[in-house]
Design a protein around this ligand. Sequence first.
Ligand code: HEC
Length: 197
Amino acid sequence: MKQLKIVTVSLLSATLLLAGQGQGHHKGQKGDKAYKKAVKIGNKASKKLLKTLGGNLKKHMKAGGPADALAFCAANAADLTAKVDRELGKKVTIKRITLKPRNPANEAKGEEKAILKALETLNYNGVKLPKHLVQKTASGYRYYKPLVIKKQVCLKCHGPNIAPKLKAVIDKHYPTDKARGYKMGDLRGAIVVDIQK
Ligand code: HEC
C-alpha cells in the first residue's frame, strides 16, 4: 500500500514536471483547460465585435451607400468597439489592429507588428491562415483572429480603385489613411482579445 502511494506520488510529480516543461514551448498547451477557455472567450468576443461592426456597415451600405457607411464608421466604429469591450467585462479586452491603419488608433504596436508581418508573409505565400492564434502572456492569454479581405464590398473602401468622391470623404475624416490598395485575399489586420487569468 505504501509502495503504491510512492509510485502514485512519483508519477504525479513526473506528470507535473512534464506539464511544466511545456510552458515555454507551448507543449501540451492545447490540452490545457485555461487555454480552451481562452479560445472560447476569444471566439465569442471576436464574433460579437464582427457582428456589431459588420451589421452596422451592412445596414448603412444598404441605406445610403458607401459614403453613408463611411460617415457612420468614422463617427461610431471606435465607440462601438469600446462598448463591446466594456460589455466583455474587466478581464477581457478587445481591439482591432493593422499594419496599415485608417484610424491611427488601430495601428499594431511592438510584437503585434511582428505577428501581423508573419501572418502577412504566410498569407502572401499561399499558406491558409488559422481561424485564430493564441499566445501565452504574463497575465493570461492573447487571442488573435486574422482578418482577410474576402468580400468585394471591402474593396469599395479599402481597395486600389476607390471612387473619387468616396476618396475625398475618406481623406477628410482620415488625413493619414493607409488602409487602401488592398486586394481580395489580402490580410487586412486582426482582432486581438486579451484574456486575463
Ligand atoms: C464604407 C466604407 C468601408 C467598408 C465597405 C469597409 N470598411 Fe473597413 N474601415 C472603414 C473605416 C472608415 C474605418 C476606420 C474606422 C475607425 O475609425 O475605427 C475602417 C477600419 C477597418 C479596420 C480597422 C483597422 C484600421 O485601418 O483602422 C479593419 C480591420 C477593416 N476596416 C476591415 C474591413 C473589412 C474586412 C471590410 C469588408 C468586410 C471593410 N473593412 C469594409 C471603412 C470601410
